[in-house]
Ligand binder design. Structure first.
Ligand SMILES: NC(=O)c1ccc[n+]([C@@H]2O[C@H](COP(=O)([O-])OP(=O)(O)OC[C@H]3O[C@@H](n4cnc5c(N)ncnc54)[C@H](OP(=O)(O)O)[C@@H]3O)[C@@H](O)[C@H]2O)c1
Length: 268
């Protein structure tokens, strides 16, 4: 990763902040961006000042996305890798979720990455090289009860990644879709943690996941599903969804009471 010019969204978050520290240790040049200015500042303090550009930005806003790209180009003169890691996860009963929550989920998890990708493509096409890395989820291949909006957004991100990868096949630009299973970060509300414990859902540590993401970026893998047996269930669900319907029914019933506890107007 030495000297690679990387834009990292959601950089102040649990997974991406570890990514930033590892990439920084590798000698990458980073534009770290996040909506959370205070947390971004704290992260910046742990990174080498010479190689880091900090941009407080909301990836849901066009003017902020433009600023991310402009400031990266001004500082580093090019963009080698875009890592779309910002995201939100509104856990809860779908019937109780309001339009704003559902819309916001798509704005941040799908449209933000799509628009930011489009914004960096002219630079990457002119360079004849680049790498788009979209952080998905197991839930982007297996639709999970009580995560309907989140699952739908990650399915969309996966479809976008696959189509764009094929479209860019002859350009020198690669597209990777990396799907972690559950990870111990603040994207998961206390209700999700309580549910995960009740149904014995395995949760990975963000540090481990960040390292797996870097390994996948290095190999330029097209798609990567982290964790076993989740990676196997992704394959089974693609071919025999009925098996997964039956296998998850009991777990979904157990999880229901935690989803019902979530207030209709919060994001999880
Ligand atoms: N943790 C998991 O269980 C898990 C599993 C599979 C996939 N993932 C994916 O991994 C990625 C990273 O998640 P994480 O677990 O590290 O979550 P996280 O700790 O909540 O980090 C996400 C970061 O994105 C920021 N963000 C939210 N809305 C934004 C916006 N409009 N513009 C810019 N930044 C925004 C968040 O800021 P605030 O804190 O202020 O909201 C936060 O700093 C996400 O795409 C997530 O879907 C996570």
């Amino acid at each position: 990763m030495k000297e690679k010019r990387i834009i990292l969204t959601g950089a102040a978050g649990g997974i991406a902040s570890r990514l930033a520290q590892k990439l920084d240790a590798d000698g990458a040049r980073l534009c770290i961006t996040d909506i959370n200015g205070d947390a971004l500042q704290t992260l910046q303090g742990s990174l080498s000042a010479n190689n880091v550009q900090t941009v407080v930005a909301d990836i849901g806003k066009a003017e902020d996305r433009t600023r991310i790209v402009q400031e990266t180009l001004k500082r580093f003169g090019g963009i080698d890798i875009l890592i779309n890691a910002a995201g939100i996860n509104p856990f809860g009963v779908y019937a109780n979720q309001d339009d704003t929550t559902i819309q916001k989920t798509f704005e941040i998890n799908v449209l933000g990455p799509m628009f930011l990708t489009r914004a960096v493509l002219p630079t990457m096409l002119a360079q004849g090289s680049g790498q788009i890395v979209n952080i998905g989820s197991t839930f982007g291949s297996i639709g999970f009860a009580w995560f309907a909006a989140y699952s739908a957004s990650k399915f969309a991100l996966r479809g976008f990644s696959q189509a764009l990868r094929r479209e860019l096949a002859d350009t020198g630009i690669t597209v990777s879709y990396i799907a972690p299973r559950a990870v111990r970060t603040a994207i998961n509300s206390p209700a999700v943690y309580a549910m995960a414990e009740a149904v014995k859902m395995t949760m990975d540590e963000p540090d481990t996941v960040a390292q797996q993401i870097i390994d996948t970026i290095r190999k330029q893998d097209k798609e990567c599903y982290l964790g076993f047996p989740e990676s196997l269930f992704v394959r089974i669900n693609a071919v025999f969804p009925g098996i997964v319907d039956r296998a998850t029914r009991k777990q979904n019933r157990k999880a229901q009471k935690y989803a019902e506890q979530v207030n209709a107007h919060t994001s999880g």
